[in-house]
Design a protein around this ligand. Structure first.
Ligand code: 1HN
Length: 352
């Protein structure tokens, strides 16, 4: 053995040393150093836009082909093409489009990932969250936080379609996934309908006799009309911030913080001709176009968007938004900001 080693070049000796340690599940850090510690983030997720023109017919086809019973949830997932089949719109966030047809129920269950619903088309439909029925109308945001029971139903005569946002890729990376069926299709209604909104939705007022200590917002329903009216009022008098214009965060009314510990939600308006300044941040985001049209430049990709489209802005991608139309544009977005902030990993920088 000693003789053989003496005849080997130093490179060969190294290679043989690396092979030698393989069975011991060891590997030299110096081989992976650059891959492990790049100077700055480079997301595997790519900037991408899903057109409502493509999504909607595919979604309606699902309505013909599979029932809610068969599917558990009738959802088309928005698969980021950079993520190799990972069920994710960015590396940390999941997004999907869900359809519930008239008369259908998506049965009650709960899971450790947190979820949000942003309603796209509806004339009547509901999600019941921990015994409270929450009505769903276009533009509404409905929360189903970590481990809350939820079932969906449609009592109207038109389909209900919404955007699902979940922290699934994150929960999966942390290997903390739990799931449970309720048993019955629908949970019993144990609270007045929409009571979280009546208790906490007035803005600046909260029931003084209630002690809310959960990590998520006690307000589970953010109806669109008041969000839109607030944006419209603000846009009339201010251009808002440099990078996102007039943007509002949906808050936990008790803490003023994000709606859930893993995801933050935002609504913003871009006036005709408005162009935001480019920046980047370590949080990633999924955007949904509530109204209007325009485009976003994301790491050099021009993502043209129209009403009801969805687009992804990966972590650390330089981006700005532009409304090149003659109407106001309203965007809803959800991000992983609270996670990055809690872990001291949130960074933001103007475009280089
Ligand atoms: C889920 O429970 C729902 O309850 C929607 O509507 C989408 C995606 C992954 C895992 C669970 C729902 C989901 C989901």
């Amino acid at each position: 053995m000693a003789d053989v080693t003496r005849e080997m070049s130093s490179e060969q000796r190294l290679q043989s040393y690396y092979r030698e340690m393989l069975p011991f599940a060891l590997r030299p850090l110096w081989l992976d150093y650059k891959e492990l510690l790049p100077p700055q983030p480079k997301s595997k997720a790519i900037p991408y836009r899903w057109s409502w023109r493509d999504i909607r017919p595919q979604m309606m086809r699902a309505g013909e082909l599979v029932s809610t019973e068969e599917a558990e949830r009738r959802v088309l997932m928005l698969m980021n093409p950079g993520l190799n089949g990972l069920q994710a719109i960015t590396s940390t966030l999941y997004a999907g489009i869900q359809l519930v047809l008239p008369g259908e129920i998506a049965r009650a269950h709960r899971h450790s990932p947190a979820a949000l619903r942003f309603i796209i088309e509806a004339t009547g439909g509901y999600t019941t969250v921990d015994g409270e029925r929450i009505p769903m109308l276009p533009g509404d945001l409905v929360l189903t936080p970590n481990w809350t029971w939820h079932d969906h139903g449609n009592e109207a005569d038109t389909p209900i379609i919404w955007l699902d946002g979940l922290d699934i890729p994150l929960a999966r990376a942390l290997e903390s996934m739990f799931f449970e069926l309720f048993g019955d299709d629908a949970q019993p209604l144990t609270k007045p309908s929409d009571s979280s909104f009546f208790q906490y939705g007035a803005g600046g007022l909260r029931p003084a006799w209630q002690k809310h200590s959960a990590s998520y917002s006690p307000l589970l329903h953010y109806p669109w009309p008041q969000t839109r009216a607030t944006l419209e009022r603000l846009a009339a008098t201010t251009a808002g911030g440099p990078h996102d214009g007039v943007i509002l965060e949906y808050t936990n009314p008790v803490t003023g913080g994000p709606v859930m510990p893993t995801m933050a939600c935002f609504a913003q308006v871009l006036r005709p001709g408005q162009r935001t300044k480019a920046h980047r941040h370590t949080s990633s985001a999924a955007y949904h176009v509530v109204e209007g049209s325009g485009f976003s430049m994301v790491d050099g990709e021009r993502l043209e968007w129209d009403a009801k489209d969805v687009f992804a802005v990966p972590a650390w991608a330089v981006h700005h938004h532009e409304n090149n139309s003659s109407q106001d544009a309203y965007l809803f977005s959800f991000t992983d900001v609270p996670v990055l902030a809690a872990l001291d990993l949130l960074r933001e920088a103007p475009a280089a």
